[in-house]
Design a protein around this ligand. Structure first.
Ligand code: SAH
Length: 387
């Protein structure tokens, strides 16, 4: 196995528990996919890692021990990960959750999600992709009850992004349960699956009645999962806004799955900033507004980034929020810290007062690296606006 020597700075970073290797950490190394032993400047063994270009970072530090990335190694990691998800397995009302989450479960660059009887592997770089057979074999040993699996390619360079992997083929569309609510999912159509599993606690708060008897506006709604959760939790009406045409039928499917009439639930294909203007013009107002934009988006007219523009979503929302209303502000932007996110929110409030009802990060199944705040990328704050 190749050995790499790292600077004192990188040695300190690793000692602190930061495990994502960045281009600036390894300057004089030719980047080819490989497992490596990491040594300090004076040749002391620091641990095992691998190198491979990702969207973010160029590799992962894996262990302070000497480890081989073979099937036995992954079986141990998968057993531990499965054990840690016992509460999810014991919950009959939830059948979809994350089984393995990157460095939080001991191996950055890989996630595995469970959707009922099926698993979805995501490969974040070509190194994990190359060793996927042994990873899958280890997975089958530990999760024999999983009937079939799919994969998502989350790095550049291959000519496909989604594929069937093994076992029984999943139906094109089927439903999973979360907090007792049914959601329609699909395993093999692009990178997305119909639901973002990291939001289960936020949807849970809606199912539990946060929007009971209230009207809810769901911005950047995708398949309207927040709206369905709210409707199941007694919301009187919901409006879901998304630019993507396909979002409408996928949203309606979630409602139908739960036997909900869509009479009081609207699905609007529109740019959210257009919708803010439209609602203002028509005098439409809401009791609860959910804001969950992509980290970065570009359309014909403008670009939107959470880091710079989130405040606009807040100020626009305040213009159509009923007295004493609630804003649920969410972002999954890893480059925006909770502190920075709060600053954007405060900028949007521009001195108006609010009370924080709840704050969420990643749920327990999305195990993250406790020593690296940026790995807990999800930030959700629910706020009640003062009169
Ligand atoms: N809140 C969703 C996930 C949102 S994903 C959920 O919980 O499932 C981001 C969504 O934003 C995508 O569906 C995309 O189509 C939509 N989107 C991006 N830019 C938009 C814009 N300017 N106006 C409306 N929707 C937009």
């Amino acid at each position: 196995m190749n050995r790499i020597r790292v600077s004192r700075r990188v040695e300190k970073k690793l000692a602190k528990g930061l495990v994502l290797l960045e281009a600036s950490d390894l300057t004089d190394i030719e980047l080819t996919d490989q497992a490596v032993e990491v040594l300090s400047q004076d040749g002391k063994f620091l641990g095992s890692a691998y190198l491979s270009q990702q969207n973010k970072g160029i590799g992962w530090f894996i262990s302070k021990e000497k480890v081989r990335f073979n099937q036995a190694f992954f079986e141990i990691l998968f057993r531990k990960a499965k054990e840690a998800r016992k509460p999810y397995y014991q919950d009959d009302l939830t059948t979809a959750f994350r089984l393995f989450n990157q460095e939080g479960d001991g191996f950055g660059g890989l996630t595995v999600d469970l959707y009922g009887d099926y698993a979805v592997f995501s490969w974040y770089n070509s190194f994990v992709y190359q060793i996927r057979k042994l990873i899958i074999n280890a997975f089958k040993e530990v999760f024999p009850e999983v009937l079939g699996a799919y994969e998502k390619i989350r790095f550049k360079g291959l000519d496909y992004e989604s594929a069937y992997v093994y076992g029984e083929e999943a139906p094109d569309y089927f439903t999973v349960l979360e907090n007792g609510v049914l959601y329609q999912v699909f395993m093999d159509d692009g990178l997305m699956t119909g639901i973002f599993l990291d939001q289960h606690e936020v949807r849970g708060s809606l199912v539990d009645g946060l929007a009971m008897g209230k009207s809810l506006l769901n911005m950047f709604s995708y398949t309207a999962a927040f709206s369905v959760a709210a409707a199941m939790g007694g919301a009187s009406e919901t409006t879901s806004v998304d630019l993507a045409k396909r979002s409408r039928e996928l949203s309606e499917a979630h409602f139908q799955a739960n036997g909900l009439s869509t009479d009081n639930h609207r699905f609007i294909v529109m740019d959210v900033f257009e919708y803010f203007k439209y609602a203002k013009r028509k005098g439409l107002t809401y009791d609860v507004i959910v804001l969950d934009p992509p980290s970065f988006a570009r359309n014909k007219k403008q670009t939107f980034s959470v880091a710079k523009d989130y405040h606009k979503l807040i100020s626009q929302s305040l213009g159509i929020l009923n007295q004493g209303g609630i804003i649920i502000a969410s972002t999954n932007a890893a480059n925006v810290s909770r502190q920075k996110f709060t600053e954007q929110i405060d900028k949007g409030f521009a001195g108006r007062r609010y009370q924080i009802l709840n704050q969420y990060g990643l749920p327990a199944d999305f195990a993250y690296n406790k020593k690296d705040e940026s790995s807990n990328y999800l930030k959700v704050i629910s706020m009640k606006v003062s009169k």
